[in-house]
Design a protein around this ligand. Sequence first.
Ligand SMILES: CSC[C@H]1O[C@H](OP(=O)(O)O)[C@H](O)[C@@H]1O
Ligand SMILES: Nc1ncnc2[nH]cnc12
Length: 286
Amino acid sequence: MTLGIIGGSGVYRIDGLDGAAWQEVATPWGAPSDAILTGTLGGARMAFLPRHGRGHVHSPSEIPYRANIDALKRLGVTRIVSVSACGSFREEMAPGDFVLVDQFIDRTRLRPQSFFGTGCVAHVSLAHPTCPHLSAAAAEAAGATGVRVHVSGTYLAMEGPQFSTLAESRMYREAWGADVVGMTAMPEARLAREAEICYAPVAMVTDYDCWHEDYGAVDVAAVIATLTANAEHARGLVRGLPGVLPEPAPCPHNCDRALDHAIITAPDARDPSVLSRLDAVAARVL
Ligand SMILES: CSC[C@H]1O[C@H](OP(=O)(O)O)[C@H](O)[C@@H]1O
Ligand SMILES: Nc1ncnc2[nH]cnc12
């Protein structure tokens, strides 16, 4: 049972791991974003992956999301807390606050969305795309750092890499009811569900995108300035997690059994070469 942490912009390593080592992991989906930092923290085994790679080399559209989730699964990860910078569409979700995202509107369009496909077709439920059990633990660990935490929020996943136009920002906020906006938590959440890994996305609000009349339009400098000012809260969240993690499997929300009734391709019609790529993510059911 290993806890996975995926770090977003500004979060390229975690400190304080005993026995820390960067491990290269090969996957059938290519190389992950970077090597994975493994070790133990507060008695819990941890695996940390910087989503953009150290030095921030992968753009949101080009992050190898499938390789990342597959690699974490290969290392025995059963739960992932992901950390992302995001813009806010709500006055009360202010820069510096943390939001436990529990719903998504997915506008990404250039990224592979699934481990499955021709040769082995599967349909998992995404009605509740995050793990409430793990999110509650993340909220507790975050709250203990003193940061303001919002326990629910809808994340608009955009393709990027450009930030939104004003018309888009207003539409996401007013017509679509999104709370925060980012470029990376999808398809990560979809893939974690297919891989039967509990997933809890923590969005760190860095800006008001471009809709708020009292603030200028977001830019990278503003995002990094807010992230830097909040780095200690992010570090505290990770440090606090081992002490508040719920019991390991079985997950009361069935995240660890998401594939139980999902694969529809008849056993004798499944393509062996496709199945071999699923050796980690779908090992339990294949
Ligand atoms: C550096 S601003 C845009 C960047 O910030 C968010 O990143 P991450 O989710 O990796 O923290 C957003 O999704 C973009 O990737
Ligand atoms: N306003 C914004 N839009 C998209 N991604 C972001 N990441 C941080 N702020 C963002």
